[in-house]
Design a protein around this ligand. Structure first.
Ligand code: NAP
Length: 448
């Protein structure tokens, strides 16, 4: 059996691993638009979280299993179509993640200085498509909209000192820019209350340990409405721990560090203001209301406030993009599927964020991928899978002049980055341009 996996992030690797376990000897070809694998583990996880990135060691093991092959610098839709893959493989699994950011839908959202958090994250993490962006960090205040872990990553990266940034694998340009930033305050806006924040507790607690930034919370904004109290009693452990940590922050006097990360609750941006660039964010105070379904929602009051700021990072979640020829659920931003089987498309499957939406941590994808692979293997067992052609993908790509990067090419990039990193006491110094990555991938010889 030959299976194509499109996308090389955690969901892609966990899919490969489940296939290898369930169908020993299976041929797995992993296609990736970039020359490098690992998806958000390389390009999303914050540079000061090396322990989270250590999961890449598991991905390396999966890549060493016989039958696994990597095809980087191959874009489905440009270099090979879905129909081609369906012809060349018994099954195709899309693990392409959620590739755009959700919009706020407010005036001023597109003013210079207002960024999707994903752009900033991709920039400091060396994504080759985002290195031309210029973040003006010379202002006094930045506003981060959203109460998820990405918002915390962005707030923390803005608050780190030069010493904290130096040993990371953030790009040299971003380390220089962030170290020289004049920001005094980073304000994080939650539209609902502290009990509804999506942060996970360890990430929230980390804000209290920054060398160069105090964390500030107004105790009045931690007062809970009756519905939140009831929800907490019903047992959202993460929310309870978050609240404990926030109360700790609120009772802590500032230590006089050069920056402050200020966590605000029950406030929504209404518009972003400025003459030609961001100068302020107008926010409205919300009250919480329980709707007919029992969900606690933010409802705007009349109370308006202006927060002067030169930078806005919109961190309100990701959104999947449709794949040509496959059914798409526009509201959820996912491919329409049942347990991972794409609706009305035999032999086509999904796993990860394009299947369940942009939620969960890296490990969540393991169970998710296993569920998809179980159905795929049941379909194979039931004689429902098959391919029209035995043509190897490399022949197909070479015939069309596609300059693909094999796993050995990625290893060449990896060796180079790690050896440059070890000279500087950093995990790696990433190559951040397409030319640099492709040139290094051509030098397939592994060091030592
Ligand atoms: P998220 O956890 O879904 O958070 C999105 C936040 O945006 C929520 O607080 C949401 O508030 C808010 N929001 C949505 N629309 C809004 C609007 N119009 N105005 C104001 N706020 C709005 O998403 P994420 O932070 O992008 O993270 C994605 C996933 O990656 C999560 O599962 C996260 O845990 C994971 N992740 C994990 C780590 C880590 O483990 N260290 C790091 C980064 C990301 P409501 O709740 O009110 O909708």
């Amino acid at each position: 059996m030959r299976v194509a996996i499109v996308g090389s992030g955690p969901a892609g690797f966990y899919t490969a691993s489940a296939l290898q376990a369930g169908a020993p000897g299976v041929g797995v070809d992993m296609l990736e638009r970039l020359p490098t694998p690992w998806g958000l583990v390389r390009l999303g996880v914050a540079p000061d979280h090396p322990n989270i990135k250590a999961v890449s060691r598991a991905f390396e093991k999966i890549a060493r299993v016989d039958g696994f092959r990597f095809f980087g610098n191959v874009e489905v839709g440009r270099d090979v179509s879905h129909d081609d893959l369906a012809r060349l493989y018994d099954a195709v699994v899309y693990t392409v993640g959620a590739q755009t950011d959700r919009r706020l839908g407010i005036p001023g959202e597109d003013l210079p200085g207002s960024w999707a958090a994903t752009e900033f994250v991709a920039w400091y993490n060396a994504h080759p498509d985002f290195q031309h962006l210029e973040f003006d960090l010379s202002g006094a205040r930045a506003v981060v909209v959203g109460n998820g872990n990405v918002a915390l990553d962005v707030a923390r990266m803005l608050a780190l000192t030069a010493e904290e940034l130096a040993p990371t694998d953030a790009t040299d340009e971003s380390i220089a820019g962030l170290s020289a930033a004049r920001l005094g305050e980073i304000v994080v806006l939650g539209r609902r209350g502290p009990a509804q924040a999506s942060f996970t507790a360890p990430e929230l607690a980390e804000l209290g340990e920054l060398a160069g930034a105090d964390v500030a919370v107004d105790p009045a904004e931690l007062e809970l409405d009756a519905a939140s109290v009831a929800a907490l009693e019903e047992g959202r452990e993460t929310a309870r721990r978050n609240l404990e940590i926030l109360r700790g922050f609120a009772s802590r006097p500032p230590a006089g560090k050069p920056r402050t990360v200020r966590l605000r609750f029950c406030v929504s941006p209404v518009q972003i203001l400025g003459e030609g660039r961001v100068e302020a964010v107008e926010v409205v105070r919300n009250r919480l209301e329980t709707d007919a379904s029992g969900a606690i929602r933010a409802v705007p009051t009349e109370e308006i406030e202006l927060i002067p700021a030169s930078l806005v990072f919109r961190s309100v979640g990701y959104h999947g993009v449709p794949l040509p020829g496959l059914p798409f659920d526009e509201r959820r931003g996912t491919i329409a599927h049942a347990g991972g089987r794409v609706v009305d498309c035999p032999g086509v499957y999904v796993a990860g964020w394009i299947k369940r939406g942009p939620s969960g941590v890296i490990g969540t994808n393991k169970k998710d991928a296993a569920e998809t692979v179980e159905l795929l293997l049941a379909d194979a067992e039931g004689g429902l899978l098959g391919r029209e052609s035995d043509e190897p993908l490399e022949d197909f790509l070479r015939e069309r002049g596609v300059d693909f990067v094999e796993y050995a090419g990625w290893e060449s990039i990896d060796d180079h980055e790690r050896s440059r990193g070890s000279e500087q006491g950093r995990p790696r110094v990433k190559l951040a341009t397409w030319d640099g990555l492709l040139e290094r991938a051509r030098q397939l010889q592994r060091r030592g």
